[in-house]
Design a protein around this ligand. Structure first.
Ligand SMILES: [Zn+2]
Length: 161
């Protein structure tokens, strides 16, 4: 019998206040041309962290936290490496769809939706059409909505092989 599971993952990171800090700004594995950068020991890719957590909520094996911190200390700050660890735990499941919802005042997400969908589809080994990305400004209702950072929510669906 085919079994379907739904994973949920959330993440947020705060922007550096100092624009002179030179840290690459990466979302969904895509580099953004921007003066913005996010705080975090790793590359602070909120999308990949939320996807990794969504997978962990299916496998029961947490990566973001102690394991990712350990990799950071070894100098591995590329969030694609954390995602790979989570994917290896999926075993008998394959990903059928991922839904990504971003909340941020900046940067403009719309022009980057297509490259991010391409990048995430490749990282997860799924079709472009199975990656959905939406974004909202947050209407200044929270610190994220006032532009202090980015929040990401991910729902990921898997089916047994
Ligand atoms: Zn994170």
């Amino acid at each position: 019998m085919v079994k379907i599971k739904t994973g949920l993952g959330l993440d947020s990171h705060r922007f550096h206040e100092d624009p002179s800090i030179e840290k690459p700004f990466v979302l969904g594995g895509v580099h953004f041309e921007s003066d913005l950068s996010l705080k975090g020991n790793s590359d602070a890719d909120v999308i990949l962290h939320a996807i990794t957590d969504a997978i962990s909520s299916i496998t029961g094996n947490t990566i973001i936290g102690a394991k990712a911190d350990e990799l950071c200390q070894q100098g591995i700050t590329d969030s694609r490496e954390y995602l790979k660890l989570a994917l290896a735990d999926l075993e008998e499941f394959t990903i059928s769809h991922v839904a990504i919802a971003l909340e941020c005042q900046q940067p403009k997400i719309d022009p980057m939706v297509e490259p991010m969908r391409i990048s995430i589809a490749e990282l997860l080994g799924i079709a472009f059409s199975d990656v959905g990305i939406t974004a909202t400004s947050g209407e200044a209702l929270s610190d994220v909505g006032r532009g202090l950072g980015i929040h990401c929510t991910v729902i990921l669906t898997v089916v047994s092989k």
